[in-house]
Structures are given as C-alpha cells and as structure tokens.
Design a protein around this ligand. Structure first.
Ligand code: NDP
Length: 326
C-alpha cells in the first residue's frame, strides 16, 4: 500500500480507503463489515469513511461494532464522519451547519462509533443559512476539544473552501484541511479545474468519492441492471436516473483498455483516480468481499497509466462523458 499526506498535513492516509455509504445497513451487516474492514486493513488500508446520515446513523453503529470486534490499536487507523443533513427534524437539526447542531452531532457520532475521537470530520455540504464564521468557529472548536483531529468539507466550491480557510487564518482557528469531492472518469472538473489553485495555496488534501460512479465504471450495467446491484436497490431510483442508458453502455469502453493493461475496468477506473497526485486517498466502496479484493489491486495499474494510455482512456470515455452532459 502507498501512503500519502493529507494535503500539507503530517498525517498519512492509504492511497485506497474504504467507505460505508449505501452498503452498511442495507447490504452489509456487522459481521460482513468486520470481514471486509479486516481484509482491507490487512492490505494496508488505514482510513475508513463514514457519515452521520448514512443509513440514518446505523452505518456508524455497524462500523463501531466492527471496530470493537476487530480490536485494532487506535493509532493504526483513521475514521471519519460528516455532518449536515442531521438525524432529526427540528429547525436546528437538519440541513444545517449551525453551532448547536454540530456540537451535538459530534457527540452522537462518537457514541455510535464507540470512539473517543474521529480523525477526520467534514461539513458534508455547504449551508447557505449559517454564517461561514459560525461554522468555521464550531469546527475549529470540535478539533480543539480533541473530538476530531482534522476538519474539512465535502462538495463545497473552491470559493467557499478558500473563504473558510481565510476566516480560520484571520482568527487563528484550526483551518479546513481536506475536501471530499466526487471524482471519477465521469466527474472530473471540480478536482482537475475548479480546485486547481487550492492545492498549492492552502495545502488542501482530497479524499475523493465514488471512483466507480456507483459501480457504473465496472461496466456491469452495460447490458442492463443486474439484480442485487446498487442501481436495482429500492429507494435509489434517483441514482439510476443520474446514469441514463447511453452512459451505462458507453462506460463499458473501459473494458478492452483494462484487459490490455492486465487489469479489470473497476481497477482501471480506481487507478485513474489514484494517479492524480492531488488525490490523497480514493475512497472505494464494496458490497461484497470479491469486489474489495479486486478493487484493492488497482494500484498495480497506476504505473501503467502513461500519457499515451491516459489519452486512449480519454478518447474511449468521451462518449460516456458526452452522454452525462446530455
Ligand atoms: P464506488 O463508485 O466505487 O461504488 C461502489 C459500489 O460499486 C459498491 O458498493 C458495489 O455496489 C459496486 N462495486 C464496487 N466494486 C465493484 C467491482 N469491482 N465490480 C462491480 N461492482 C463493484 O464508490 P461509492 O459510491 O460507494 O463511494 C465510496 C465511498 O465514498 C462511500 O462509501 C462513502 O464513504 C463516500 N461517499 C461520500 C460522499 C459525499 O458526499 N462525501 C457521497 C458518496 C460516497 P453493488 O454491488 O451494490 O452494485
């Protein structure tokens, strides 16, 4: 496994990490979570991603129970959580980054995870209703209190991240250290264009999500939606709409290139993300052990992604990218 600094922070994360969205709570129970986390950890994965709202808190409970079962040294791994959507309906408890919500949310997550602290805590989305200064101050206080070690953002704009960083800088508060954006062959502009100057200017680290675009880039949807796959899950119709049929078919273009390089399309799609030096870690997802095993082999393809191969991939994926824009 390769380890990379989280932007300009000293802490290092494995280039591939494992997340729990969709899977924990609906497809993966405590035993399966513990098995897959153990398989990942044995291969050097040291970061496990979670969020308060995944399966309405159940995902944190499952990861917490799995961690208890696994009994790893706390210094040997990192766990994250994220706040914004909340778990209750009150006016101060959902779709917000106000101080009151954040202060209670961190305690709730720590209780569900059974941990004294999380390593990374994120503002899961921007909140236009709460003054940025209030959110920055609250996140900085969470870090200062020892309940999290680093704070960051997810799906914020470059301008919002810079604004938060500048407030923290001016007030001598803990600065946002990392952003968690979607990044894959189908969603690349934020990471490759919009954030361009932040890497050097503020030392931003990236923990990127959905490297397979929810499994689409594995090519398994090219001939229809298999039973038991994510796009067939009840309640995920909105996700299915995001990837219309022409995209599903066009994504299969990765197959021949991957085979030529001695890998699978899923490995190639993940390797493509990891090849970007601004990416600290690619957060992968798996609903079963065989997927995890396959995905963890992705780093072997990274050295094979020469300029020439990257150009071939761009050309092959152009129809899928165009179908996404339509
Ligand atoms: P992917 O795009 O890699 O999708 C993972 C899913 O694809 C799996 O659950 C599985 O679904 C399928 N899959 C995985 N490997 C294979 C394979 N080798 N062959 C075929 N199918 C495969 O990542 P996720 O969308 O799960 O995102 C990863 C993590 O990122 C999440 O767990 C979460 O921690 C984080 N995230 C953060 C977000 C944010 O807003 N900050 C948003 C979304 C995710 P199945 O078998 O069910 O088809």
């Amino acid at each position: 496994m390769e380890y990379r600094r989280l932007g300009n922070a000293g802490v290092k994360v494995s280039a591939l990490s494992l997340g729990s969205w969709v899977t924990y709570g609906s497809q993966v129970d405590v035993a399966a979570a513990a098995d897959m986390m153990a398989a990942a950890y044995d291969r050097g994965v040291n970061f496990f991603d979670n969020a308060e709202n995944y399966a309405a808190g159940r995902s944190e409970e499952i990861m917490g129970a799995a961690l208890k079962r696994l009994g790893w040294r706390r210094a040997s791994y990192l766990v994250s959580t994220k706040f914004y959507w909340g778990l209750a309906d009150g006016p101060n408890e959902k779709n917000t980054l106000n101080r009151k919500y954040l202060m209670q949310a961190i305690d709730g997550s720590l209780a569900r995870l059974g941990l004294d602290y999380v390593d990374l805590v994120y503002c899961h989305r921007p909140d236009p209703d709460t003054p940025m200064e209030e959110t920055v101050w609250a996140m900085s206080d969470i870090v200062a209190s020892g309940r999290a070690l680093y704070w960051g953002t997810s799906e914020w704009s470059a301008e919002q991240i810079r604004q938060a960083w500048e407030i923290a800088d001016r007030r001598n508060l803990r600065k946002p250290q990392m952003e968690q954006p979607q990044y894959s062959l189908l969603f690349r502009d934020k990471v490759e264009k919009e954030f361009g100057r932040l890497y050097g200017d503020i030392g931003l680290g990236l923990t990127t999500w959905s490297p397979l675009a929810s499994g689409v880039l594995s090519g398994k949807y090219a001939n229809g939606i298999p039973d038991g796959s994510r796009l067939a899950l009840p309640g995920y119709g909105w996700l299915k709409e995001r990837y219309p049929e022409p995209v599903l078919r066009a994504a299969a273009a990765l197959g021949p290139i991957a085979r030529e390089l001695g890998g699978t399309p899923a490995q190639l799609a993940i390797a493509w993300c990891a090849r970007n030096p601004n990416v600290s870690t690619v957060i992968t997802g798996a609903s079963r052990p065989a997927q995890l095993e396959e995905n963890l082999g992705a780093l072997e393809l990274v050295p094979k992604l020469t300029g020439e191969v990257m150009a071939i991939i761009d050309e092959a994926m152009a129809p899928a990218a165009a179908a996404m824009r339509d």
